[in-house]
Design a protein around this ligand. Structure first.
Ligand SMILES: [Zn+2]
Length: 389
């Protein structure tokens, strides 16, 4: 059994990252703490917000040597990366007491490689580096030598392999493991023996991004009031869904930065920057003249009837007015909106200094196909909870 100290540390580090949208959005990001004897790993459960990790819920207490054995299985290295990922998911599931219950974060793999406390976040200021063309050079200049850079890899087993390679290279060059690992088109990992150092390093790197790109408006993440046109559009779309029995929810976006972005004369988003953009459908964003009725939009895309053909997820930017979000349920809408907000703010920062580096179509397709992602979405729909990481 883990000592109270481990649980207390896991809750503290999770609360830190979960309390700030600039550090983690939706259920993005994850945390873990290892017991001193190296026998147990306490890790955030897939599908929970970091802020929802408590002493009683939101994490799993796993057999650390058994997890390591799974991830280090030599035959996995012979499989294609995504097949290897599916295989690790299947084997990790075999360690769980309840087949239908919570699973450990799909990013468990890299937690096994690192120090006692692991804090993985998706900081908006740092992701302006990781999602821009010249970001690696700029970030390495800003972050200093003790920071490793891992080029983009799909979350799960492929990312764990990439982190392992980066740690080995860092060890060979510097004589010790990196404590700060920047992930291309994804986010940040900090790791330490104690919570305070992991938090301090995360703050420091996000701070370097803010210094380099400049600050965002103080109210960017706050809630504002959608326009009456946007509210009516969402209501009319919902009425169509209800009439044909389509189980989806439509509502206007409310974050101030999104309300401001549609007033500018440019697309709301240029494309997917990080894995969660693909998972939450940010890459499906459609620009529409605000005068286009919802029924015309649905007809235009051949999605009027029957209900199965209607979209389960969509982001519609009504030019000059607002954004309407469509998701399987209310809670998914919040996660979708937070990820869209991050995407728009990262674009805003990058535009000040550089050009975005988007995920490729192949990388988006790969993400959508991943078994863990499908699980997370299916589970969310079944429970009426958000699809989250
Ligand atoms: Zn992540």
């Amino acid at each position: 059994m883990p000592a109270e100290a481990e649980i207390r540390d896991l809750v503290a580090v999770s609360r830190f990252a979960g309390s700030d949208l600039l550090l983690a959005q939706g259920a993005g990001g994850n945390t873990s703490v290892k017991t001193a004897a190296g026998s147990r790993l306490l890790i955030k459960a897939s599908g929970f917000r970091l802020a929802d990790v408590t002493g009683e819920a939101g994490y799993l207490d796993m057999d650390l040597p058994a997890l390591r054995q799974i991830m280090e299985e030599p035959e996995l290295a012979d499989l294609a990366p995504l097949a290897a990922h599916d295989e690790t998911v299947r084997r990790v599931r075999g360690l769980l007491p309840d087949e239908g219950g919570p699973r450990p974060s799909m990013e468990t793999g890299f937690h096994l490689l690192l120090d006692r406390v692991v804090l993985h976040t998706h900081p908006i200021y740092l992701n302006a580096f990781t999602c821009s063309r010249e970001g690696q050079a700029a970030c390495q200049e800003e972050a200093g030598a003790d920071t490793a850079w891992v080029p983009y890899a799909a979350p799960g087993y492929p990312l764990a392999r990439a982190v392992a390679e980066s740690c080995a290279a860092h060890l060979a060059e510097h004589g010790h493991q990196p404590t700060r690992i920047v992930l291309g088109n994804h986010g940040l990992i900090t790791t330490s023996a104690d919570v305070d150092t992991a938090i301090r390093d995360t703050r420091a790197l996000a701070g370097r991004g803010e210094q380099f790109f400049g600050s965002l408006p103080g109210d960017a993440c706050e809630l504002g009031e959608p326009t009456s046109v946007t509210t009516r559009w969402a209501r009319d779309l919902q009425a169509i869904f209800d009439r044909v029995g389509h189980a989806a929810v439509a509502r206007p976006a409310r974050r101030r930065a999104l309300l401001a972005a549609v007033r500018r004369d440019q697309p709301l988003t240029g494309g997917p920057l990080v894995p969660d953009d693909a998972i939450y459908g940010v890459h499906l964003c459609r620009q529409l003249a605000a005068s286009t009725p919802p029924a015309d939009w649905l007809h235009e895309h051949g999605k009027a009837q029957p209900a199965e053909e209607l979209p389960a997820k969509a982001v519609v930017a009504l030019e000059g007015e607002g954004v309407v979000l469509v998701a399987p349920n209310e809670a998914s809408l919040d996660f979708m909106e937070e990820n869209l907000l991050a995407n728009v703010l990262i674009h805003e920062l990058i535009a000040r200094r550089d050009q975005p580096r988007y995920l490729q179509t192949r990388e988006v397709d790969e993400l959508l196909a991943m078994e863990s992602e499908q699980y997370r979405q299916k589970l969310a729909q079944r429970r009426g909870e958000p699809c989250r990481s």
